[in-house]
Design a binder for this molecule. Sequence first.
Ligand code: P6P
Length: 296
Amino acid sequence: MTDTDTTDQVESIAAAIDAVVDVVARAAPEIRSGLPGRRVAAEGQNPSGETQMAADVFADDLLCERLGALDGVGTYASEERETAVDVGSGVSVCVDPLDGSSNLEPNAAMGTIVAVYDGPLPAAGRDIRAAAYVLYGPITTMAVAREGSVTEYVIHEDADYDVLTEDVRLPDDPTVYGFGGRVPHWVEPFEAFAADVESDPSLKLRYGGAMIGDVNQVLTYGGIFAYPTLSNAPEGKLRLQFEGYPVGYIVEAAGGASSNGRRSLLDVEKDDLHARTPVYVGNQELIDDLESRFAE
Ligand code: P6P
């Protein structure tokens, strides 16, 4: 491939990323406003065997339609679909359309997660070229990681969006922690790590049941989010392609660290689009401490 070809390819990937970010930002208010009417369970389950809400299907169909229509997007895949959808030629876009849809009923925070990969699916973590999450909180915000930095946007009801924070960085001093799963199913060495974190007077529990809300707490205040290995779920609960890679990419771009207990989430290999992984993301010192226990 000549230098010109390489430059053209880089420019086309950058243009596709810009388009994906714009579409997701402009779809966010429509997804948010459409959620209340879709609080009911859908007929089917998602490929991970979890209850699918009508809101999950609504968000997935909307994003597949909008992202699939983009020049430069070749493949669309989501947590809600067994297989990827060929939509043309270009980057692969993987979406968790509605992260934490069980929070719809109690009106708690939810999110949308997007990862853009340069290559076919299932893509490796290091093929990721951009990642973003939309957070449906008191206001709608979007964190976008590309080329080693994270920009936070506020998304207005008219779908216009403005920069809120130019270069999001994890605070040096951790303040919050959020651990998923059920305590009886936590296993060593995470169980001992969790006990030490929970006894640390400088750390406060922040766990809301939707990873994006909890990860945004970590990005804002510093700390750690974990959905660990469980005795009844050795690979954890979260999906690598749709949650682990993008969230790991975002937290690392903000100066933090990610891990499956042994290595960066971006270096965890898999052979299935819906493969699961334990997820640990947050300040480097906490991730280092956790990994040191797995290495013992
Ligand atoms: P639990 C939402 O269903 C999700 O995939 C993540 O967003 C969240 O962190 C986790 O599952 C919550 O799981 O077992 O606490 O309900």
